[in-house]
Design a protein around this ligand. Sequence first.
Ligand SMILES: *[C@@H]1O[C@H](CO)[C@@H](O)[C@H](O)[C@H]1NC(C)=O
Ligand SMILES: *[C@@H]1O[C@H](CO)[C@@H](O)[C@H](O)[C@H]1NC(C)=O
Ligand SMILES: *[C@@H]1O[C@H](CO)[C@@H](O)[C@H](O)[C@H]1NC(C)=O
Ligand SMILES: *[C@@H]1O[C@H](CO)[C@@H](O)[C@H](O)[C@H]1NC(C)=O
Ligand SMILES: [Ca+2]
Ligand SMILES: [Ca+2]
Length: 226
Amino acid sequence: MSRVQTYKEGEAAASQQAESNTGSKVRSERVALLLLSALLAAAAVVIYRLSFAHFQTNKNLQMLKDENEAMRENLTAESCPTCEPGWDQHGGSCYYFSSNKLNWNQSRSDCKGRGADLVQINSKEEQRFLDDKVGGKITSYIDSFWIGLTDSKEKGRWLWVDDSPLNTSLSFWYKNEPNNWTGENPAGEDCVMMGVQGGATDLKCWFDRSCKVPLRRICEKAAKTG
Ligand SMILES: *[C@@H]1O[C@H](CO)[C@@H](O)[C@H](O)[C@H]1NC(C)=O
Ligand SMILES: *[C@@H]1O[C@H](CO)[C@@H](O)[C@H](O)[C@H]1NC(C)=O
Ligand SMILES: *[C@@H]1O[C@H](CO)[C@@H](O)[C@H](O)[C@H]1NC(C)=O
Ligand SMILES: *[C@@H]1O[C@H](CO)[C@@H](O)[C@H](O)[C@H]1NC(C)=O
Ligand SMILES: [Ca+2]
Ligand SMILES: [Ca+2]
């Protein structure tokens, strides 16, 4: 072997070595790229999963919020009957206490025009509430409020506006009433008003009075419960 040959062979080997070095470099770059891609893909999956979970959580939260709102509204509607402005709520009813005065017939018509009727007193509790209310509004003797009780249909038979008869154990006549006094109207007294100044301690504050007299009135209608 000549030296030149040997040299050339050595050169070739070196070049081959370099080539093989370049090859392995490319391979490891590819591996790194692949690894990076895999990592990226994994990251993308994780991000997607997380954002999906986040979206789901938000959706669930919104659903829970809506449900809570609906239940709250249900509760308010069921437990709190409401009355329009100008009406007082008590029990399941709304009451309107007028400040102007009309005769009994006109008073009834006016109440009907408000989606109500003249008040019917169905319990001691309701009488107590009304007596207390009107007691604070009355400033002069026998200047009180019409209620939905009359014997104008049948003399001596007291009927409420729904035609139900007056229950004698739920009557709250003031002493010596009803007296069918003819001093104000010769036809006597066929309609009932209630209330004494400051309220009646024994709740007895009903008077029969001429239906033609203009007085204030109490209208009653059912409270809205949603
Ligand atoms: C609200 O009440 C209604 C009837 O009372 C009922 O059908 C409905 O399921 C209730 N809604 C909720 C969210 O409780
Ligand atoms: C009330 O008095 C009038 C007039 O005197 C009379 O016509 C009427 O029958 C009396 N009513 C009752 C219930 O007695
Ligand atoms: C009359 O009222 C009393 C006391 O509230 C009650 O016990 C009774 O059942 C009522 N009678 C009628 C016929 O409604
Ligand atoms: C009230 O109206 C009734 C019929 O609706 C009538 O018979 C009666 O005479 C009227 N009374 C007064 C005082 O206007
Ligand atoms: Ca009533
Ligand atoms: Ca009277």
